[in-house]
Design a protein around this ligand. Sequence first.
Ligand code: HPA
Length: 185
Amino acid sequence: MGEGFTVQGHKGRLIFGYVSDVPVMCMQGRFHYYEGYPLSKCVMPVRLIKLLGVTHLIASNAAGGLNPSYKVGDIMLQKDHLNIMGFSGIILLEDQMTQTIGDEDDVHEGVYTCMGGPNYETVAELRALKVLHVDAVGMSTVHEVTTAKHCGMKCFAFSLITNICSIDYENGEEATCEEVLDGEI
Ligand code: HPA
């Protein structure tokens, strides 16, 4: 990935290094469906890193928290995901993994889903996602994890809650890009 092919906050770089003695490859950015790439292109880096010998994928994303117990800055470990784009026949394969780390107040396990974006969800959409037991919503990761699993990689995925999704027409705040970027580490 060269620089400049992705959205604000995503540098579009591949970084190679070591954490302790473990060789790691870090994708500083990703391709999003809402940027106009087909999902097969969005998941291309996952297939690339598999070919380069990567065995474990740690996927992260920014997400809006739908679960009322979540607050900005919390981490949600993705115990499962809802492949909504798959509902419409747009993509790939099966579902993902469970992993547990810690039980602190600001770490949760929950269900993630990916919307096509680039707009944030309407109140009606958020209400529908709640009915489907979604805890956090973003615009990535589901197809990447699905592809990584298909390639035989072990996956761990988590969301940083950058904003709280309101399902209140009267008093709710709409999500903004600034708030999401502010919430990212
Ligand atoms: N919705 C979708 N994607 C997001 C959100 C959100 O509220 N926050 C960060 N990414």
